[in-house]
Design a protein around this ligand. Structure first.
Ligand code: MG
Length: 275
């Protein structure tokens, strides 16, 4: 009888203890301690001011009246009149002389026997706008038709070619980083019509090793308003024959060069914004 009474009392005590336990998954409150707020709730106590950055204020730059024209902070590299203030010509053997390209109808144009031209200034990171036109009368084919090029920092060629119904190797047509990246699409206009490139370029950086990039040069290009190169990492200097990676040499700021490739290509409205 005594055993039965003790067992009964123990069962009653257990029932009382379990009745006081919190449901599964609920933390037990410790008297006097603050309840821990889960991490995902931590923004609840923030105000919107805490994530607003006011200074320094973004500088205002007057945009052009017409998209494609130079905004107020651009360096005008060619205004349709004067070639000599910003450009010089490189002849055979690297001889530098005054540009011999002709100015016609607000554009500058290479002539037979002239060399490539390059800016007198050097640049690192930039946004470049340049308009170009291949001859309206088609002569030649593939790489022989309307060939020129915009060299970034003297070394990296963005190809200019009359690629309007003119098959050539895909990584050598208009908008290609020559023999490195084909353009995403062929955005070419007819020969004799004005076209444009808008280029955003980030210069490479170098570490201790002067023959490899620490960070490679990168470029984004729009051809006639359409993106054709999306933040590509250039492999090395442009080369007609060989492997670009083998030609990497540490360099600083460089010029914009317009290639003379034997075809009369016209250029106009060239401006650059340093970044
Ligand atoms: Mg070329």
């Amino acid at each position: 009888m005594k055993k039965i009474i003790i067992s009964g009392l123990m069962l009653t005590m257990c029932a009382l203890i379990f009745a006081q336990q919190p449901p599964a998954g609920q933390q037990q409150q410790v008297p006097g301690a603050q309840r821990q707020r889960p991490v995902e709730d931590s923004t609840i106590r923030m105000t919107h001011f805490q994530t607003e950055i006011w200074n320094p204020e973004i500088p205002m730059v007057q945009p052009a009246e017409k998209i494609g024209d130079a905004p107020a902070d651009a360096i005008i590299l060619f205004d349709g009149k004067n070639i000599h203030s910003e450009w010089e010509e490189t002849g055979r053997g690297g001889v530098v002389k005054a540009a011999t390209w002709i100015i016609k109808d607000g554009a500058m144009e290479s002539i037979q026997g002239s060399g490539s031209i390059r800016t007198k200034r050097v640049f690192s990171n930039f946004q470049l706008h340049i308009e170009w036109k291949t001859p309206s009368i088609i002569t030649g084919n593939s790489q022989g038709r309307g060939n020129s090029g915009v060299y970034l920092q003297d070394l990296y060629e963005l190809q200019i070619l009359d690629s309007w119904h003119n098959r050539s190797y895909r990584n050598g047509q208009a908008g290609a980083f020559y023999k490195q990246y084909a353009p995403m699409i062929n955005a070419s206009r007819k020969p004799g019509e004005w076209q444009c490139y808008d280029i955003v370029y980030t210069a490479p950086t170098f570490g201790k090793d002067s023959t490899t990039y620490f960070t490679p040069p990168r470029a984004t290009v729009f051809h006639n308003g359409m993106i054709i190169q999306n933040n590509v990492a250039l492999r090395g200097p442009t080369t007609y024959v060989g492997i670009p990676e083998y030609l990497i040499k540490k360099h600083g700021p460089g010029r914009i060069m317009l290639q003379q490739h034997g075809n009369p290509i016209a250029f106009r409205n060239i401006w650059i914004r340093e970044l």
